[in-house]
Design a protein around this ligand. Sequence first.
Ligand SMILES: [Zn+2]
Length: 211
Amino acid sequence: MFFIVWGWRGRQKAIANGQFFCPDCGDHREYKLIAVNRWFTLYWIPLFKGKELGQFVECQSCKSTFNARVLEFDPKAERETFEAEFSIAAKRVMFKMALADGEIDESEITQITQAFSNIAKREIEAADIAAELEAARDDTRSVKDFVSDISGTLNDVGKETVLRAAISVVKADGQVDQEEVVQLHELARALDFPRAYANGIFAEERIPVLA
Ligand SMILES: [Zn+2]
């Protein structure tokens, strides 16, 4: 009996290399971008190339492999974007809360300026304050609605930052009344905070926990 043995197998070929941020190594490393092609074989010998089956990236240090999209991953840039997002959110929440009881006063401005520099790790300028106050006034959403809209873009650290920023504004006048406590709890709910996590923050900030 005589067979002609046809088959195919995937063959890997490095098509590019360079430096990337390896999520497993947690640092910049050499990578190879590897294409996998189907090769048709005759008696197990590759004879001609078929279609490309896919590509992956291989870290040359730890040998972990990743989807090729890993090459677009830049943790530094992403951290900056994230920081910008929660800073913007915290700032808007603080101004909206300060505006909620009518006009914004000097002590609230001082408090917000202080809280914002702590969050953003930079000074907030007078022009920024004026612009943000204007934007917070024009944004007709309630604090709760605003926060519901942005909560999906924040992780737990970002949510905590926003909640603590709101608490700092409430505390600015030296007393926290029942209405403000209710408002903070509504805010925590709108942020879609895990309840135990939010209550931990409230306890730490000496804000009464609601039943
Ligand atoms: Zn690696």
